[in-house]
Design a protein around this ligand. Structure first.
Ligand code: PEP
Length: 248
């Protein structure tokens, strides 16, 4: 399978900045690498138009769990699909931390995204305190299983689990690839407990996120059972992002 790079632009760019970055990104040669760009909600339509008929796929940073209704401010996965999204990030630690997103909400979003034809990118990861107190594996098992328990994944659906240690996101200091490998094994075993092995192998990808850049990306994508990376800061500059894609 081709390596996967997902760019999370967070709330860091305005509409014009997003359009300009998308225009620059579109020119980057990707080779066999699959690249997904996740702009903010207001920039999705603009970036979708820029990236149309390119090798870059579009993703959103969040979705609601209902297809329509009286849910002020929410955006349905169906609308995201209509805009041109193929992917959606759910349960990012910043949403868990600042917006009170719970495992139950993540679960509902995963189910809704799948039924709208989107590929959910489920973020899981331990806090520094959980790591220090020996609760890292527990946190990963809980978040992964609560997000996915009862989800009947079919052969034509895909999902992605992004391991993102909360304490390294945005710090510029990634964890040691061996530590990521250990976490990915815990996540993979949790997935094997939930789904048939063939689905885990063929329909579910585990990726790493947390201060990935052009200098360290190769160390993560070469790990066993690691399909790619989720990138925040290093995806906000076309030059740095091009270097990262080249390194993959
Ligand atoms: C993220 O926000 O998902 C992320 C991985 O950010 P950064 O690459 O900046 O650590």
């Amino acid at each position: 399978m081709s390596p996967l790079i997902i760019a999370n632009w967070k709330m860091k760019l305005g509409l014009d900045e997003s359009r300009l970055l998308a225009q620059a990104v579109k020119k980057i040669p990707t080779g066999s690498t699959e690249v997904v760009i996740c702009p903010s909600f207001p920039s999705l339509t603009t970036v979708s138009a820029v990236l149309a008929r390119s090798r870059f796929a579009l993703g959103a940073q969040d979705c609601f769990w209902e297809p329509h209704g009286a849910y002020t401010g929410a955006v349905s996965p169906e609308t995201l699909h209509e805009i041109g999204c193929r992917y959606v990030i759910v349960g990012h630690s910043e949403r868990r931390q600042y917006l009170g997103e719970t495992d139950e909400m993540v679960h509902r979003k995963v189910a809704a995204a799948l039924s709208a034809g989107l590929v959910p990118i489920i973020c899981v990861g331990e806090t520094f305190e959980q790591r220090q107190t020996g609760h890292q594996d527990y946190a990963l098992i809980q978040q992964t299983s609560r997000a996915l328990e009862g989800i009947a994944l079919t052969e034509d659906q895909q999902l992605i689990v992004a391991y993102e240690p909360v304490w390294v996101i945005g710090t510029g200091q990634a964890i040691n690839p061996d530590q990521a490998q250990t976490a990915h094994q815990v996540i993979r075993q949790t997935l094997i407990d939930l789904f048939p092995l063939t689905l885990v192998t063929e329909n579910i990808r585990i990726i790493y996120g947390g201060s990935v850049d052009s200098g360290n990306v190769a160390d993560f994508v070469r790990l066993e059972h690691t399909a790619g990376v989720l990138v925040g800061n290093a995806s906000l500059d076309a030059g740095a992002f091009a270097a990262l894609i080249r390194s993959v």
